[in-house]
Design a protein around this ligand. Structure first.
Ligand code: FBP
Length: 281
């Protein structure tokens, strides 16, 4: 199984680099994310970007993965099946994203890897830690990599009260910056570290605003690999590309992003530039 695990890691991270297209936003944010580029509501359009843009993986929930199983297989873009999810319609201070699918489901759909979101800091974090730990164990038993969307959030963070030493540090780090509390180095590093401690092969985390601070995050997550999450579309291509350069300079293996690619007028153009930065070609 160890060999298979290494082989599948190499598939989503050829030459140790990752360029993953995230497409679970239809569930997480809803169709509002598709309004600016309405073609993006269609998986065939997205799959074409993933294929021609030379992405090393595409993230989907099981519904689309099942409906487009043969198209995904024919595209040869590795499928990363997201096993949990929640909508934004019911908002609560402390989020919980329940497990909806299993590692077995992922294998049946031909997935190369599985993904799961953990909201560390939420009052439901124990439940998510438990689910993700179990998923990692099952995935590794089957020789399939597990990616953690490590997104600390919840009332303990948003209140910015002195509930923990980490939140105190994070509030200090916010001074004089535009960083949201969940983008501060202390919070992002803690989320990344939990991913490592749980056994994730890769953690997907937010950018902390500088190469130096991101380098620390990569260090505390190591040997788990780090990919940067995209966030909402930046004003210019250059702004986003600079972030990609920064995280690579800090030791990340790449990115796992969605809106910054498929919300743009010309997704293939930016994909080409991202590929150039990550793979040098
Ligand atoms: P983006 O690059 O579009 O931000 O996607 C990354 C992602 O992690 C998605 O996989 C997920 O649907 C979304 O962000 C979650 O966003 P939020 O931070 O708003 O919950």
């Amino acid at each position: 199984m160890k060999e298979k695990l290494e082989e599948l890691k190499e598939k989503i991270m050829p030459d140790g680099r990752a360029m993953i297209l995230a497409y679970d936003q239809g569930f997480e944010h809803g169709p509002r994310d598709f309004l600016g580029n309405r073609e993006s509501a269609n998986l065939e359009y997205i799959l074409d970007i993933a294929k021609r843009g030379r992405f090393t993986g595409i993230v989907l929930h099981a519904g689309l993965a099942e409906k487009y199983k043969s198209e995904i297989r024919d595209s040869e873009v590795p499928l990363i099946l997201k096993l949990n999810g929640k909508s934004e319609l019911y908002t609560q201070d402390d989020p919980y994203s329940p497990q909806l699918y299993s590692v077995e489901d992922a294998l049946a759909l031909g997935a190369t890897a599985v993904g799961y979101t953990v909201y560390s800091g939420s009052k439901y974090e124990d439940q998510m830690n438990k689910e993700f730990a179990q998923i990692i164990r099952q995935a590794h038993n089957k020789g399939i990599p597990a990616i953690g969307w490590m997104y600390p959030r919840g009332k303990s963070l948003s209140d910015r009260k002195s509930v923990s030493k980490t939140v105190e540090l994070a509030v200090e780090e916010q001074q004089g910056t535009n960083l949201a509390i969940d983008e501060t180095p202390s919070i992002v590093a803690y989320g990344a570290r939990i991913g490592l401690e749980l056994g994730a092969d890769v953690v997907k985390i937010k950018y902390t605003g500088s190469i130096e601070s991101f380098r620390w995050v990569v260090q505390v997550a190591s040997p788990t690999k780090v990919v940067m999450s995209g966030g909402s579309m930046t004003r210019t291509d250059e702004e986003f590309l600079l972030r990609v350069k920064d995280v690579l300079a800090a030791g990340a293996v790449g990115i796992a992003v969605g809106r910054n690619v498929w919300q743009r007028k010309d997704p293939l153009k930016i994909s080409e530039k991202i590929h150039q930065i990550i793979f040098g070609a």
